[in-house]
Ligand binder design. Structure first.
Ligand code: NAI
Length: 304
């Protein structure tokens, strides 16, 4: 948090105006960290009710961060939060919102057809120099960019939840991303205070490519009856030093999200044994037990 703020002076000169499409969990966080770094943001979603919610959650988060950074100077903290908040404009028309933008980051629903429809519209409307990026977790950047002409100015910017807290940004190079586009994306990531890692367009990039099969293997261990869920979690925390066990992590991420990612990869890579469906996961998802968010997954949680 402190990093993203202290780096705000080093705003990348190539990118001044950023348009973020999708004001949900991820888009709101991306809008916030971009505005905190001193850049102008336009946040786009389908209607103004959703955008009002996005703004509320951004303002709450900015307030918390301001309190932390400016413990001894609440006035300065208020100014910081207000100025960041004022840098975020909202809009419901994506075409108008990209007319004067340097970077578009798409964080809408994880559906290839919907992303295609959006990018096709934006490709005709945005200036020639504008870089397009997707925050997709599980789709291929090359598949998403297949519908645009500017494949050389297209890549992946994969953030982690919660965006203001998680320091990593995976910068993904598509098959036709030029060095200049890639360098600009890396510099931009640094300008908003993230630590950037480079990755090619492969399923799950770095983090999810390792994390999803790891969680899947934990479930296969459980399914075979080799160990209990609790013991698997204890083992990985105390034996491998992980802050959470794989099954707790699944409940936290959402069982539906992990199933969705696995199913998509399995369809595209049917020969990869690590991506095969997991009956126990499918059963819980069918029962609506999706993890922490529904009060029950592999464990039970108190609903607040
Ligand atoms: P979300 O459901 O919280 O937000 C998506 C938002 O996009 C919604 O507000 C929806 O109204 C809006 N939207 C849908 N279609 C739209 C369109 N055509 N035009 C404008 N707005 C539209 O979803 P979330 O979790 O923020 O995920 C968004 C993207 O980020 C997905 O591609 C997901 O794979 C990716 N992602 C998600 C992570 C997570 O932990 N949830 C982590 C990293 C990436």
């Amino acid at each position: 948090i402190v990093r993203s703020f202290s780096n705000s002076a080093a705003v990348n000169s190539a990118i001044k105006n950023v348009t973020i499409i999708g004001g949900g969990l991820m888009g709101s966080g991306i809008a916030q960290v971009t505005a905190q770094a001193g850049q102008n943001v336009t946040l786009v979603d389908v209607n103004s009710d959703i955008l009002a919610k996005s703004q509320k959650s951004i303002n709450n988060s900015l307030g918390r961060i301001a309190k932390k950074i400016y413990k001894d100077n609440p006035q300065e903290g208020e100014k910081f939060a207000r100025e960041a908040s004022e840098r975020i404009k909202t809009a419901t028309d994506p075409v108008a919102a990209v007319k004067d933008t340097d970077l578009v980051i798409e964080a809408i629903v994880e559906n290839l057809d919907v992303k295609h429809a959006l990018f096709q519209k934006l490709d005709n409307a945005a200036p020639a120099h504008t870089i397009f990026a997707s925050n997709t977790s599980s789709l291929s950047i090359n598949d998403i960019s297949s519908v645009v002409k500017r494949k050389d100015r297209f890549g992946g910017l994969h953030f982690f939840n919660p965006v203001p807290v998680m320091r990593l940004l995976e910068v993904v190079r598509g098959g036709e991303t030029t060095d200049s586009t890639f360098d600009t994306m890396m510099q931009w990531g640094k300008s908003i205070g993230k630590t950037c890692v480079a990755c090619k367009d492969t399923p799950g990039f770095i983090v999810n490519r390792l994390l999803v099969p790891y969680m899947a293997e934990a479930l296969r261990l459980l399914e075979r009856g080799d160990a209990s869920a609790r013991d698997i979690d204890i083992a990985m925390k105390l034996g491998a030093g992980y802050p959470m066990g794989p099954i707790e992590l699944l409940d936290y991420v959402g069982l539906d999200t992990t199933k969705f990612i696995l199913d998509g990869w399995n369809k595209n890579y049917p020969d990869q044994p690590l991506f095969k469906p997991i009956p126990i996961l499918n059963k819980l998802v069918a029962e609506g037990k999706l993890g922490v968010k529904t009060g029950e997954g592999f464990y039970k949680y108190d609903k607040k």
